[in-house]
Design a protein around this ligand. Structure first.
Ligand code: OSB
Ligand code: MG
Length: 361
């Protein structure tokens, strides 16, 4: 799916998204899962072709072997059946999503109700890429603020950090909710430099250091006043509990795909809430399917910061579902059965490059 404009981060520039979707067909209907893996293993070790391979070779067959458990316990059985396979959380999340969606659609229950949503709409933040110049960045940010987004996240990297933040503050003022995301581009040696961001009253600095450097984040958190938020480092409720215990973060970006699914995402929300930490819902350029599910997740009580839950048109001219929009800076949480949105067959066909059918017994 082509993006409306290139999206540049510290790990690369994306101009299109290659999306793996799963359609689970059961006796009672169907369900949809979206895999958030990207084409290249630059954000995480997973990538689209690898998720297809592990799904086909191991994960889907494991569901067939566990079909009795699946029938008895439903979607919560999926993670248990897949647990013996290490990692591959994005692939696992997509499979669980499809099974859960099929189950909820068949029984008329919404994603929001199932997860425990308490709000009818969620505040919408937007993730803004790296640009070649400050004037271009200011135009882009101004456009998003005009569109109503209630929070701006600037992607940063060494050489593109203090200046863009200062320029956005100077142009748009101190009231704009502003945060930054480094996608692991710094090291602990940059602590003094990163502490200069403290002057700009940011909500948080997201994932400044390497994914595995949780101890480093704890050390950094003692040297900067701006709250540290972890994204890449948080891969499960267990790792969230460990990071919190270590003092590595005071805020968590929860992405269901990264942590193995929406059910694990809820558990991270619960762990964070038990420790008094704020969480927010991250994004991975989802289509309407994942976007609808994220809006529902973001409506849980502990999601007290605006998420990267932007409108479909933030990334796509034509979404594969009816477009999700924002009004007065908020997105409505879908209330229909399951995800509450469905791919539009003609649109899906037009962007489909290949399909594969796996028959379970
Ligand atoms: O780090 O949050 C991130 C997109 C792809 C990979 C990683 C990240 C992002 C974003 C965009 O920041 C979030 C969105 O979907 O709006
Ligand atoms: Mg991030």
């Amino acid at each position: 799916m082509p993006l409306v404009s290139p999206f540049r981060t510290s790990f690369g520039t994306q101009t299109a998204r290659d999306v793996l979707l799963l359609r689970a067909v059961t006796a009672d209907g169907e369900g949809w899962g979206e895999c958030v893996a990207m084409s290249d293993p630059l954000y995480s070790s997973e990538y689209v072709d690898a998720t297809a391979d592990v799904l086909r070779r191991f994960l889907v067959p494991a569901l067939a072997d566990g079909s009795e458990d699946l029938r008895r316990h439903g979607a919560p059985a999926v993670a248990a059946l897949l647990r013996k396979f290490k990692g591959h959380r994005m692939a696992k999340a997509a499979l669980e999503m499809a099974v859960l969606d099929a189950e909820l659609r068949a029984s008329g229950r919404s994603w929001a109700r199932e997860l425990g949503a308490v709000h009818e709409r969620v505040p919408s933040g937007v993730s803004v890429g790296i640009y070649d110049s400050i004037p271009v960045l200011l135009d882009v940010v101004g456009g998003y603020l005009d569109a109503g987004y209630v929070r701006i996240k600037l992607k940063i990297e060494p050489g593109w950090d203090l200046e863009p933040v200062r320029a956005v503050r100077e142009r748009f003022g101190d009231d704009v909710l502003l945060q930054v995301d480094a996608n692991t581009a710094y090291t602990l040696r940059d602590a003094r430099h990163l502490s200069k961001l403290d002057d700009f009253d940011l909500l948080l600095i997201e994932q400044p250091l390497e994914e595995e450097d949780v101890v480093g984040h704890a050390a950094l958190a003692r040297q900067v006043r701006t709250p540290i938020c972890l994204d890449e480092s948080i891969v499960s409720a267990e790792s969230a509990a460990a990071a919190i215990e270590l003092g590595a973060c005071s805020i968590i970006n929860i992405k269901p795909g990264r942590v193995g699914g929406y059910l694990e995402a809820v558990r991270i929300h619960d762990v964070a809430a038990a420790h008094g930490l704020a969480v927010w819902c991250g994004g991975m350029l989802e289509t309407g399917l994942g976007r609808a599910a994220n809006a529902a997740l973001g409506a849980l009580p502990g999601f007290t910061l605006p998420g990267d839950i932007s409108a479909s048109d933030r990334f796509y001219q034509t979404d594969i579902t009816a477009p999700l929009t924002i009004e007065d800076g908020y997105m409505q949480v879908p209330t229909g059965p399951g995800l509450g949105v469905t791919p539009i067959p003609e649109i899906l066909d037009a962007v489909t490059t290949s399909t594969e059918w796996i028959q379970l017994r």
